[in-house]
Design a protein around this ligand. Structure first.
Ligand SMILES: Nc1ncnc2c1ncn2[C@@H]1O[C@H](COP(=O)(O)OP(=O)(O)OP(=O)(O)O)[C@@H](O)[C@H]1O
Ligand SMILES: [Mg+2]
Length: 262
């Protein structure tokens, strides 16, 4: 199924009056792959995802979905195939209620209105946000907004899922639910994240960005074992790969308080 092949070819982009945010980025996301994009703040992760979804236009290079080049004419087809969760949920949520927001995509894609409530409730249930359906999106907490934004994209049943910091602001149980959901989503995934433990749980390949260029494109265990690369990219080994000694000592103040209270 060639349309599940997403290709970035020599992508470059600069915001007005800025040095290039991306320069010469090339890779292919193959059908069913789960790929992470990692790198320091400002490395170009969000810019890359916005170029791949046509939210920004590349100054050089091209984006291909199978054999179709991303341009004004193909943009609608790209948006049908690619679900994009923005880094900031406020960029995504705009309807008066959570229900309307999650229903917006399926209705636009031509899902029969009678079927939409079921689609919405399944998507909200997948992120544990059923109880929020009647709420106004702008009145939600950061993590609730994130969950609803993810539901809105799931409801469109995309072939390819692009997510920008999907675990940001989620509580541990919601983060765990997201990880299971991503593990169960059998289509292609491209996830920009600082959550390197999520990368280990979900992804089989990591693209490391540094100052707009690809520094590495390899298996997570290979990337996270390369201390020089991690330092260059302002990354650290995921917590679950850091060697654990004996149980961490309790802070002195806590010990004292414990002794006084005990
Ligand atoms: N709207 C904008 N206008 C001007 N420059 C921008 C804009 N958005 C991003 N940049 C710049 O482009 C570069 C890449 O930013 P980008 O948001 O893609 O980084 P990122 O890797 O997603 O960072 P983070 O981890 O903080 O989300 C940075 O130097 C940033 O300052
Ligand atoms: Mg970003």
């Amino acid at each position: 199924m060639s349309h599940h092949l997403l290709i970035a070819r020599d992508l470059a982009f600069a915001y007005p009056d800025q040095r290039p945010a991306l320069d010469g980025v090339s890779f292919a996301l193959h059908h069913g792959e789960a790929v992470a994009i990692v790198g320091a703040n400002g490395a170009g992760k969000s810019t890359l995802l916005m170029l791949l979804t046509g939210c920004l236009s590349a100054s050089r290079g091209e984006v291909l979905l199978g054999h179709i080049r991303l341009d004004k004419r193909s943009l609608a087809a790209f948006r049908r195939s690619i679900g994009f969760v923005f880094q900031n949920p406020d960029d995504q949520l705009f309807m008066p209620t959570v229900f309307d927001d999650v229903a917006f995509g399926p209705l636009n894609l031509g899902v029969a209105p009678a079927d939409v409530p079921e689609v919405v409730s399944q998507a909200l249930a997948a992120v544990g946000a059923e109880a929020l359906a009647a709420r106004a999106p702008w009145q939600l907490s950061g993590g609730q907004k994130r969950a609803v934004a993810i539901a809105g994209v799931l409801a469109m049943q995309p072939d390819i899922l692009l997510m920008d910091e999907p675990s940001d602001a989620l509580d541990p149980a919601s983060r765990r639910r997201l990880i299971s959901l991503l593990q169960g989503f059998e289509h292609s995934k491209l996830i920009a994240t600082h959550d390197l433990d999520l990368v280990l749980d979900v992804c089989t390949r990591v693209i490391v960005l540094g100052e707009g260029r690809i520094l590495a494109d390899a298996h997570p265990l290979e990337v996270f074992a390369d201390d020089a690369l991690l330092a260059r990219a302002s990354l650290e080994r995921p917590l679950s790969m850091q060697t654990r000694g004996s149980a961490p000592a309790r802070p002195a103040a806590a010990n004292r308080a414990g002794a006084e209270n005990g």
